[in-house]
Design a protein around this ligand. Structure first.
Ligand code: NAI
Ligand code: MG
Length: 345
């Protein structure tokens, strides 16, 4: 038959990133059919590289990464590096360089997983967060720094082009799901300029997707519904800042940081997309084999689906569901959870 291959860049990064990525690769190797050739190349980005060379992500690094089909990332960040250096110099730099404008964060409460919400509600929604605009572009500055008269600006950038492409991606994802419902989350009553642009684009693109039911909720109200009635959501589209905040809440209600997966996607495929757990490097538990690798394994499922391996993606998600069903045993090590998942796929 036709030979297929995946050329994967692997960035374990810092702290538990190393531990969880090893399990993600274990499951990926186990689920791929014989005829798929998996090539991996590991990159040493993160705190060690920064301390050794002062570099976070060079132009040469970007050129090397660009050649891959996809990127699997653990986590980047360490207390030994000044705050912001790796976040801006690696995570944000890569997101902008590879135009990862769709930040995809599914929230599904799997059977057997504890939620802080009462009554084990049905939770199955996806947040499509804009990844390259909003207040995260570094468009701002400070004057009179360090004085009682310090002034700081952090300007939210919203372009018709940037909003339309992420809104269209969200409509397409809603169209492909059984419930076909898309909710715009913003704050268009107060952030009227950006809110107007988002609302207008949303209404215009909606005409191309007559089967998709649409809805609008202010971001503050969305935080209420995510707790009181998460079942009302199917697909949510929102800006970079609101998306950052509501996806942490979404992770908290749907099983916690140990199972929250994400994709930083370039839908045009001009650059490789990157898949990573939502959590960070967890220095408090690093090196103790306590990290839950499930979020990374679910990120591998997103990676597989992005590359067109839908059956394999489903098998990984089913393995996680089945494994979580037997949970409650918190004594398993990172490696033991990875082994259990690799056996189930
Ligand atoms: P964190 O997500 O690393 O840890 C928060 C808490 O959750 C800690 O108590 C940790 O032990 C726990 N935790 C996280 N992942 C877990 C897992 N898989 N299994 C079990 N427990 C888990 O967030 P924190 O502490 O704010 O950040 C630590 C470092 O990670 C910082 O340097 C931060 O900048 C970086 N970070 C990196 C991200 C990335 O690479 N995309 C994302 C978030 C944070
Ligand atoms: Mg965040």
């Amino acid at each position: 038959g036709m030979s297929r291959s995946i050329n994967l860049a692997v960035i374990p990064g810092d702290g538990i990133g190393q531990e969880v990525v090893a399990q993600g690769l274990k499951v990926l190797n186990a689920v791929l059919p014989q005829d798929v050739k998996l090539e991996t190349k590991e990159y040493d980005f993160g705190a060690r590289r920064y301390h050794a060379t002062g570099e976070t992500l060079t132009e040469a690094d970007l050129a090397a990464l660009k050649k891959h089909d996809a990127i699997l990332l653990g986590a980047i960040g360490d207390p030994s590096v000044p705050s912001g250096v790796l976040e801006r110099g690696f995570l944000l730099k890569l997101r902008f360089a590879f135009d990862h404008h769709v930040n995809l964060r599914p929230s599904r409460l799997l059977p057997g997983v504890a939620t802080p919400l009462a009554g084990q509600p049905e939770i199955d929604f996806v947040v499509v967060r804009e990844g390259t605009e909003g207040p995260y572009t570094g468009n701002g500055g400070t004057i009179r720094k360090g004085t009682p008269h310090e002034v700081a600006t952090e300007v939210s950038v919203n372009t018709a082009f940037g909003v339309e492409r992420v809104v269209r991606d969200a409509f397409a994802r809603a169209q492909a799901r059984p419930r076909k419902k898309l909710t715009l989350v913003h704050k268009n009553n107060v952030l009227a300029y950006a809110g107007h642009l988002w609302t207008n684009v949303f209404t215009k693109v909606a005409e191309e997707f007559p089967e998709v039911t649409t809805d609008y909720i202010h971001v503050d109200a969305a935080t209420i519904y995510l707790v009181t009635d998460p079942g009302r959501f199917d697909v949510i589209v929102t800006d970079n800042l609101f998306g950052d905040i509501i996806t942490d809440l979404a992770a908290a209600v749907s099983g916690g940081i140990g199972v929250a997966a994400s994709g930083n996607i370039n839908p045009s495929r001009e650059f490789p997309s990157m898949f990573e757990p939502v959590h960070g490097s967890a220095p408090d538990i690093a090196g103790q084999a306590k990290a839950d690798p499930t979020a990374t394994v679910l990120s591998v499922a997103l990676l597989l689906r992005h590359l067109g391996y839908d059956n394999e993606a489903n098998r990984v998600e089913e393995a996680v569901s089945a494994d979580l069903g037997g949970r409650g045993d918190t004594s398993r090590t990172t490696d033991e959870i990875g082994d259990a998942l690799a056996v189930r796929v």
